[in-house]
Design a protein around this ligand. Structure first.
Ligand code: ASP
Length: 440
C-alpha cells in the first residue's frame, strides 16, 4: 500500500488519554508514516485550547500585565501530559526555553506555535517516531507569504529517509529562521502540504466527528453522513456556509488529486467522509450529495423594458457595485429584469447610495429590494444526469408552502440554488432533505 498522512486535530490530542487513542489508530496501520498534530484542544466544553492560552499570554505581555498565571496553566497541562504518557522529552527545560524567549521579547507567531511544537515532541516520543520540526522545511517569504514550491521540495527532502515521523502543524519559518504561523486552524494545511510532498495515497484528517453530514444537524434531525464527495461539490457546500474543511487546507491535496478522509478519533470504526477528485459513484436512489444554506443576503431587482438589446447594462450595474466596494454573489436575470444578490454586510450603510446610482445611470422602470433573503444550495454531481431533479425540488418546496424568490442553476448542473424568505430557511432545508434523502 502507499503512504498515508494522518493529521490529528486539537480534541484528538487534548490530553494523554486522547494521545493513547491516536497511538492505537497509528499502531494498527503501518501505512500511516507521517503524523501531523495540532496543539492540545479542549478536553471538555468549558476548557480552553492551548493555542488560545498562548494568545492570551501574548495579550498580557502586550499590555504589560503579568502573564505568569496563564503560562502556569500551559506548563501544568504539558507536564501532566508528559507524566501521564510516561515519556521524557525534557518538557520542563522546553518550557523554560520558551519563557526565556518571552523575556527576550519574542514574536507572537513563535509563541502561538509552541502548542504544536511541544505536542509534536510528546506524540513523537510516545509513538517512538522521529520528530520533524516544520521550521526547517515549511517556508515563508520575508514578508510572511507562504512559499508553496520551496515547501513542497523542502518537505520531500526532509522526510526522504525518515521512516515514520511526527510533524507539528500550524507553522513554518521564514528564510532567517523566524517562525511564521498559518491562519487559525492551520494544522489542516500542514497535513495537506505533507500529503502532497510525500505523494500520499490518502490524507486522513482525524477529528471528533465521523465526517460531514448531508445537512446541518441543528436543522435536520439525524442527517445521513456523506460517504464520498468530490472537491468541487464540497466547495459549493463550503461557500454556502457548511462547516467543512477550509479551502486553503484542501488546496495542496486537491492539486495532487490526493483523497482526504475525514475520520473520528473517538469512533475509529466509522469510515467517515472521503473527499475525492472525481464525483462519487452514487448509491442506489442517491441523487444529491449535500444541502447547505446561508441567511443574510439582499437582492436588488431592477426592472427595465429597455434592458434587452441595450449594451453594457450589466457592466454598468456591476461597475456601480464595484465603486461601492461590494462583491456580487449571484445575478439571476429575466427578459426585463435583472437581480443582483449580495451579502447584507457588504451594503451596510451604502444601500441608498447604490440605489441612487442605479436610478441615475441605469434609468430603470422600477427597483425592488429584498433584504431578508436566504439562499439554499442543493449540491450533487449526479443531478446533471437525472431528469426531474428540479421538479422534485420545487414540488417539495411548494408542498411545504414555501415561496421561491429566486432560482439559479449553475451551468455545471452540480447545484441548484433557491432563494427563500429567511423565515422559511429551516423548513425549506427540511423539505429538500425529505424529498431527496429521507425518501430515497
Ligand atoms: N492550534 C491552532 C489553532 O487552534 C492550529 C490548529 O489547531 O489547526 O488554531
Amino acid at each position: 500500500m502507499g503512504i498515508k498522512v494522518a493529521k490529528f486535530g486539537g480534541s484528538s490530542v487534548a490530553d494523554a488519554g486522547q494521545i493513547k487513542k491516536i497511538g492505537e489508530i497509528i499502531n494498527s496501520d503501518a501505512d500511516i508514516r507521517y503524523v501531523v498534530v495540532s496543539a492540545p484542544g479542549k478536553r471538555f466544553d468549558e476548557d480552553t485550547k492551548i493555542t488560545d492560552l498562548l494568545y492570551l499570554c501574548l495579550t498580557h505581555i502586550e499590555h504589560k500585565l503579568p502573564y505568569e498565571q496563564v503560562f502556569q496553566m500551559i506548563t501544568d497541562r504539558f507536564l501532566e501530559m508528559e507524566r501521564d504518557l510516561g515519556v521524557d522529552v525534557g518538557m520542563k527545560e522546553e518550557l523554560e526555553e520558551i519563557r526565556r524567549q518571552i523575556d527576550k521579547g519574542t514574536t507572537a507567531d513563535y509563541l502561538a506555535s509552541r502548542g504544536e511544537y511541544l505536542n509534536g515532541k510528546l506524540v513523537a516520543a510516545y509513538l517512538g517516531f522521529s520528530f520533524a520540526d516544520p521550521a526547517e522545511f515549511i517556508r515563508f517569504s520575508d514578508k510572511g507569504k507562504h512559499l508553496e514550491e520551496e515547501t513542497n521540495t523542502g518537505i520531500a527532502f526532509a522526510l526522504k529517509d525518515v521512516e515514520r515521523a511526527v510533524i507539528p502543524g500550524f507553522y513554518g519559518a521564514r528564510e532567517d529562521g523566524t517562525v511564521k504561523t498559518f491562519s487559525r486552524g492551520g494544522s489542516d494545511i500542514t497535513g495537506a502540504l505533507v500529503a502532497r510532498a510525500v505523494g500520499a495515497q490518502v490524507y486522513e484528517n482525524w477529528t471528533d466527528v465521523s465526517g460531514f453530514l448531508v445537512a446541518d444537524p441543528r436543522i435536520v434531525k439525524n442527517p445521513k453522513p456523506i460517504k464520498q464527495i468530490s472537491y468541487k461539490e464540497l466547495r459549493e457546500l463550503a461557500y454556502m456556509g457548511a462547516s467543512v474543511l477550509h479551502e486553503e487546507a484542501i488546496y495542496p491535496a486537491r492539486v495532487a488529486s490526493i483523497p482526504i478522509n475525514i475520520r473520528n478519533t473517538n469512533q475509529p470504526q466509522d469510515p467517515g467522509t472521503m473527499i475525492t477528485a472525481e464525483p462519487a459513484r452514487l448509491e442506489e436512489g442517491q441523487i444529491i450529495s449535500g444541502i447547505a444554506g446561508r441567511k443574510d443576503f439582499t437582492s436588488i431587482t431592477i426592472y427595465s423594458s429597455h434592458m434587452i438589446g441595450q449594451k453594457g447594462f450589466i457592466r454598468r450595474m456591476a461597475a456601480i457595485l464595484e465603486d461601492h466596494d461590494v462583491t456580487i454573489e449571484h445575478i439571476p436575470s429575466g427578459i426585463d429584469t435583472v437581480s443582483v444578490i449580495v451579502f447584507n454586510h457588504m451594503i451596510d450603510g451604502k444601500l441608498d447610495d447604490i440605489l441612487d446610482e442605479f436610478q441615475r445611470q441605469l434609468k430603470p422602470d422600477a427597483m425592488d429590494v429584498q433584504s431578508d433573503l436566504a439562499l439554499i444550495a442543493t449540491v450533487g454531481a449526479g443531478m446533471a444526469s437525472r431528469k426531474g431533479t428540479s421538479a422534485r425540488l420545487f414540488t417539495a418546496l411548494a408542498q411545504a408552502d414555501i415561496n421561491i424568490q429566486m432560482i439559479d442553476q449553475g451551468s455545471s448542473e452540480m447545484n441548484i440554488i433557491v432563494g427563500v424568505d429567511s423565515a422559511d430557511f429551516e423548513e425549506a432545508i427540511r423539505a429538500i432533505y425529505r424529498a431527496f434523502v429521507a425518501e430515497s
